[in-house]
Design a protein around this ligand. Structure first.
Ligand code: ADP
Length: 494
């Protein structure tokens, strides 16, 4: 059989990547390209959709070339992507009518404020599982319809299409034949009803978005479309699609209720699979759709730490205490504890469960004996404490006692952080050998979607990992957590 590989397209916020996996889930070739971040005004963030497509197809071809792989050997394509980022394009020309409005972009903050004042927050939450925030696609779609000349009229006539990044890539890969998305990406638009699993007419009405511009929503696993022959020289099935965090959840093997993963990157992204049961959070967490092995969808609770690994970047670039992120390990191990120092890195406010946008960062407990190693250790610990707060909120909301935490992302390479996370949670933390769980998740969905892979492949892949077992006395843990909670109180502005 000639087909040996799966191509995973990983379209991220700062770069487009392609990883080619074999059937054992090993990466045989990869390529990555950064693209332009456009900041037209403070708080505004855009990408050029053509540059996204160009860089994505560029790395796909490059990854094949590097390992001398031809299209005949690619069994299928999986896609994972930065979520919520919004593109509108002309159905006839295929050209974007405006730049992509990136998830980080705050331009619709005022609009969200007005909708909140009208009392719509609860409606949005009840239907979409989200909070009413500029982060999600809905108000970004409205912004383009309202601000770009002639677009609303064309949209009403069915000449404009909306898509998140997955949809845009699929449209281009299929040479304009398929306009579709998957459940996980749809669940981030703020106009998709995650309970009824359909576009929500009331929300579309509120935002004046014509339904005909929206893509068809399909399961994350299974053949959704075929890449056109003109792209790689032969038709290739696109058989796995999921937003980046949901792809990572799948790639980490969190396939049943009560399993959770944390991605320790610039921020930390936590998702807990809650199975068939959508859980409404009382702690400001988000309810979202997850990719499922057996059925069309599962549900997940999601929470994020705004400043995760970014606190380490600050030690490096702001304070000059270290020259590289991995030096933090050496300093953390120099000392048995932080000497009572806590850093609450609320650089941009605090998210769940405190929810205080006005909170600002603080360092507490400094004495004359405080050294650089204590500060560095406290910075690492802050990632673990903030993640713990979210996990406790997830447990409280779902009534599920988390058994283990799966870890990935750049900062998960830090063994001290992983060990401390296990200690402070009193639960084992597991880090897989392959921390590229996002691309792996897309590849697995795609491989399972065509039958090229089966469940035994997944079990083998998730088997190789390092486990960090909790090893801290309860008394000490309680004292440390109490200290953290005191420090958080001091950071709050409310
Ligand atoms: P993103 O995808 O958000 O850009 P990554 O997953 O690449 O982030 O992780 C990078 C982040 O992790 C940076 O904020 C960096 O400071 C932090 N980081 C990387 N390596 C380490 C390490 N060994 N110890 C602690 N933090 C680290």
């Amino acid at each position: 059989m000639k087909e040996k590989y799966i191509m995973a397209l990983d379209q991220g916020t700062t770069s487009s990547r392609c990883m080619i996996f074999n059937r054992s889930g090993e990466i045989v070739s990869q390529s990555q390209r950064e693209f332009t971040q456009i900041y037209p005004r403070p708080g505004y963030v855009e990408h050029d959709p053509m540059e996204i497509w160009g860089s994505q197809i560029g790395v796909a071809v490059e990854a094949m070339r590097r390992a001398s792989i031809d299209a005949e050997e690619i069994s299928s394509i999986g896609i994972t992507n930065q979520r919520e980022t919004t593109i509108l394009w002309d159905k006839n020309t295929g050209l974007p009518v405006y730049n992509a409005i990136v998830w980080q972009c705050r331009r619709t903050a005022d609009l969200c404020g007005r909708l909140k004042a009208e009392g719509l927050e609860e409606t949005v939450n009840k239907k979409t599982g989200l909070v009413l925030d500029p982060y999600f696609s809905g108000t970004k779609i409205k912004w383009i319809l309202d601000h770009v000349d002639g677009v609303r009229e064309k949209a009403k006539k069915g000449e404009i299409l909306f898509g998140t990044i997955d949809t845009w890539l699929i449209w281009n890969l299929t040479a304009g034949k398929s306009h579709l998305t998957d459940f996980t990406n749809a669940s981030r638009t703020m106009v998709y009803n995650i309970y009824e699993k359909k576009w929500d007419k009331e929300l579309l009405n509120i935002l004046s978005i014509p339904e005909r511009m929206l893509p068809e929503v399909m399961p994350s696993k299974g053949i959704l479309a075929y890449a056109d022959q003109s792209i790689f020289g032969r038709e290739i099935p696109i058989s796995g699609v999921a937003g980046d965090q949901q792809a990572a959840l799948f790639g980490q093997g969190c396939l049943s209720a009560g399993m959770a993963k944390n991605t320790y990157g610039t921020g930390c992204f936590l998702l807990m699979n809650t199975g068939d049961k959508p859980v409404q959070s009382k702690n400001g967490l988000i309810t979202t759709l997850a990719a499922s092995l057996e059925k069309d969808v599962q549900y997940a609770l999601e929470g994020s730490v705004f400043t995760g690994g970014a606190v380490i970047q600050w030690l490096r670039d702001g304070l000059g205490l270290i020259s590289k992120a991995d030096e933090t390990l050496k300093y953390a191990l120099m000392t048995g504890d932080t000497g009572g120092v806590y850093i609450v890195p609320a650089f941009t406010g605090l998210g769940a469960p405190s929810w205080d946008p006005y909170a600002r960062g603080i360092i507490t407990g400094i004495t004359r004996g405080t050294g650089k190693e204590h500060i560095i250790r406290a910075a690492l610990e802050s990632m673990a404490y903030q993640s713990m707060d979210i996990i406790h909120a997830m447990e409280e909301d779902s009534g599920i006692d988390l058994k283990i935490l799966k870890a990935d992302g750049g900062a998960s390479a830090n063994d001290f952080l992983m060990g401390f996370q296990a200690d402070i949670l009193n639960k084992p933390v597991i880090r897989p050998q392959n921390v590229e769980t996002t691309a792996l998740g897309a590849a697995l969905l795609s491989g399972l979607g065509t039958g090229f892979m089966n469940q035994s492949h997944i079990e083998k892949i998730s088997g190789e990992s390092k486990e960090f077992k909790p090893d801290m006395k309860e008394e000490k843990r309680n004292v440390l957590i109490e200290g953290w909670q005191e420090a958080v109180k001091k950071a709050l502005c409310r």
